[in-house]
Design a protein. Structure first.
Length: 170
């Protein structure tokens, strides 16, 4: 019995990052995709958190860069245009954004916005490719959920800034 438990515990599980199923199209699918995919959820919360920890213009510029690039990436994915390394890039973005936020790294907007934009492009492409066809209601739902997650990250920045000496919440 113990061996069976060990085997089950070590067995690979689906990442559930792109759940599919009956909600593949429409505004509800778009709203749910960023919330159900852990990679997207963490990255989008982290963008808001990092923006809030940087304070000032970053509070709007970083989520804005992510959203604009995400919209572009979704369009590319829905159009069927391939981008190499999207899934690896999505994973890397989660790790990089997480480290930047956890360490409250201060970075000029001229460097932070393109970095966050690249993450948005990759996440958007993954969302768009998931939709499989041009589906504007799906795109609007995904963008709305993304904005809400950025907002939640921004809201978390103020209480967390007390714990991170380098953070500056304005």
């Amino acid at each position: 019995m113990k061996k069976l438990l060990v085997v089950l515990a070590l067995a690979p599980l689906p990442a559930l990052a792109h759940p599919g199923g009956p909600l593949e199209h429409g505004v509800v699918a778009g709203l749910m995709h960023p919330l159900l995919g852990m990679d997207h959820l963490v990255a989008m919360l982290t963008v808001g958190l990092w923006a809030g920890l940087q304070g000032g213009a970053a509070r709007l510029a970083l989520p804005g860069a992510f959203m604009a690039a995400m919209a572009l990436g979704m369009g590319l994915g829905m159009a069927g245009l391939a981008m190499p390394g999207v899934e690896a890039g999505v994973l890397a973005s989660v790790l990089v954004l997480g480290v930047l936020a956890a360490l409250a790294v201060r970075m000029p907007l001229s460097a932070a916005a393109p970095l966050v934009g690249l993450a948005g492009l990759l996440h958007g492409h993954a969302h768009g490719a998931e939709a499989g066809a041009v589906d504007l209601s799906y795109a609007l739902g995904a963008l709305a959920a993304t904005a809400a997650l950025h907002g939640a990250g921004l809201a978390l920045a103020r209480p967390l800034a007390r714990l991170l000496p380098r953070a500056r919440v304005a």
